[in-house]
Write a protein that binds this ligand. Sequence first.
Ligand code: ZN
Length: 292
Amino acid sequence: MIYGGIEAGGTKWVCAVGGAGEIRQTVSFPTTEPDETIAQAVGFFAAHGELAAIGIGSFGPLDLRRGSPTWGRITTTPKPGWSGTDVAGAVSAALGTPVAIDTDVNAAALAEHRWGSAMGLRTFCYVTVGTGIGGGGLVNGELMHGLIHPEFGHMRVPHDRERDPFDGACPYHGDCLEGLASGSALLARWGIPAEDLADERAWDLEAEYLALGIANVTSILSPERVVIGGGVMARPSLLPRVRERVGHLLAGYFSAPELSGDLSGYIVAPALDARAGVLGALELARLRVGGR
Ligand code: ZN
């Protein structure tokens, strides 16, 4: 069967058609106004004949409550024009195709579970540190949902204002994890984008915040592994520093072989890189119709 997948990001959309774990054709365009952006996606899929289903991994927050009258809609995004946008409904109505929707991070997590760094695990977290910070994953083999869906980026972490007087960049919470440690926060605090930031103090602080977040998630959810990626993690020295700080924070209390040593098998990079989002969206489509 042939499926469609959309990685609906806040800055760009990536659309693909393909099978399970296989991208046949893909297109990418900037995220502009909702109507225009959705129409571009619909145009791409319409040119590929009948698709069994379309999966969408979207930026959010999203309403994913089954039975909700506003299911599939983007809710409180600060992105201008997008609050309340019915992405799933618009795509489904335009193409007459079954649609599945989940967060962009859950879609990427699903792909990492099928083909990447989380294969074979029942419970794991996937964290992405880019412009914002997102988190998702599986619990007991199912994508994480709840009242809404996980919002790892907005957890609160200790903020030592003597070490870091920066107020935080989150428009809702100020110094939540995303407000302190996202790429946007790095740019706002240091005046330099993450890819050009050389100050070791900046990266020590970054590792500390990300480690606090991971230690919290490990304490709450007991994931079998934490997969962490995104543009900010591209700095090679960051991942080992995060592992070292998580080890320090857990302080030997958690008894599992995975949590001893240097944590190099516990906190890992994604394997699928930029393909994870759209592969996960295709997989959401496949699961939607129970296809092969
Ligand atoms: Zn926040």
